[in-house]
Design a protein around this ligand. Structure first.
Ligand SMILES: *Cc1c(COP(=O)(O)O)cnc(C)c1O
Length: 365
């Protein structure tokens, strides 16, 4: 495809879709990431040819040669966003063009071809449209969309691959907080870091997640829910969680989050929270927060609330922090009022219950 041309999709509907009764049973309690819809999008890329063979087709296994480059050198990136059913029966997505732009940025970092943002958004719309019956009705549920791309070239040499497959799958997701909002406990890993300056920390790539799993396992072993990573250079400053950004709320109504210096994933939820918080009168600062200050400010009470944010949970309060030498609580371990107010504001915009002053919500159907 040359610049500006729209890629044509061929639609091959699934000839054996899940029955309405089976689908209803699956949608009653989908959990997260286990139930999938009837279709997927695939687009191929070859050097010299560009993007081609764009399809909406039955979801099926992808045949892959054992020498496919991704299986050896991990050239893979992904995105995650949700399609929602709103009160008036329409279907929306939240800032899909921001995911499209981040997908381009991740591709650049992993030396992969750039999928045109309009093709990215178009692919999501087409999948949501054909699988619209899979969007859960429940007001806290959604259809999670997972676009991803990997090196499919059959070659063991070390260089950027010449062939790629872009794919989108969709998975109905139940309410993240089914039993009410529950603050999590974080583990500060003494051994592992997530991303070093000049590395891939700002790219949404599978490799970052692979590298975080040992630390996450350590967190679980220590009785915590999630790991929080400190910076790789000084091991002093807070970076983020394995898959969520982190915010601090102080008693003078200051909201602080670590700056985007290349080792932190630029979350779209993070960006929306910065905007909403500034509008609601909080003093917003993007600056480094040291673990020592975190601990001291929690002890003095100056630090009122801490929360993590990302597409899946939107905002998740953090109630406590554990590290090899001790532990401390934040806000008595209860969700804070600023955390919950920001969460409500954002969820109401996403669900079409509050005015969308920033043009964040895109109607799909
Ligand atoms: C995806 C992701 C986030 C959150 O990004 P959102 O766009 O808000 O979903 C934060 N940190 C990491 C490491 C991520 O991969």
């Amino acid at each position: 495809m040359s610049g500006g041309d729209k890629l044509d999709f061929e639609t091959r509907p699934n000839t054996a879709p899940v029955s309405a009764a089976d689908r209803a049973a699956l949608l009653a309690n989908p959990g997260f990431g286990r139930v999938f819809t009837d279709h997927m999008v695939t687009i191929r890329y070859a050097e010299g040819k560009g993007w081609y063979d764009a399809r909406v087709e039955a979801r099926a296994p992808i045949p892959m040669d054992p020498a496919a480059a991704v299986l050896h050198y991990a050239q893979e990136i992904f995105e995650g966003l949700k399609a929602y059913r709103t009160g008036d029966g329409s279907v929306t997505m939240f800032r899909p063009e921001a995911n499209a732009a981040r997908f381009v940025a991740s591709a650049k970092r992993l030396a992969m071809p750039e999928l045109p943002p309009e093709t990215f958004v178009d692919s999501l719309r087409r999948l949501v449209e054909i699988d619209r019956d899979w969007i859960p009705e429940h007001e806290d549920a959604s259809l999670y969309l997972r676009p991803f791309m990997f090196a499919s070239e059959v070659f063991l040499g070390v260089r950027p691959a010449n062939e790629y497959l872009y794919c989108v799958i969709a998975s109905p997701a139940g309410a993240y907080f089914a039993g009410g909002i529950k603050p999590v406990t974080l583990w500060v890993s003494p051994d592992y870091t997530r991303a070093a300056p000049g590395g891939t920390g700002a790219a949404k790539c599978g490799g970052n997640y692979a590298a975080s799993l040992a630390a996450q396992a350590e967190a679980i072993e220590a009785g915590c829910d999630q790991v929080v990573f400190l910076d790789a250079v000084e091991r002093r400053f807070v970076d983020e969680l394995g898959g969520m950004n982190v915010f601090f709320v102080y008693d003078d109504d200051t909201l602080v989050t670590p700056p985007l210096t290349g080792t932190i994933l630029p979350g779209i939820t993070r960006d929306a929270i910065l905007t909403l918080a500034a509008e609601s009168g909080l003093q917003v600062q993007e600056r480094p927060v040291s673990f020592a200050d975190w601990q001291a400010d929690a002890a003095s009470g100056r630090l009122r609330e801490v929360f993590a944010c990302g597409t899946a949970a939107v905002i998740n309060p953090i109630g406590g922090v554990r590290f090899p030498d001790g532990e401390f609580l934040i806000g008595g371990g209860e969700p804070g009022r600023t955390t919950m107010a920001l969460r409500q504001q954002l969820v109401d915009i996403q669900r079409g219950r509050a005015e969308d002053r920033h043009g964040w919500v895109q109607r799909v159907l």
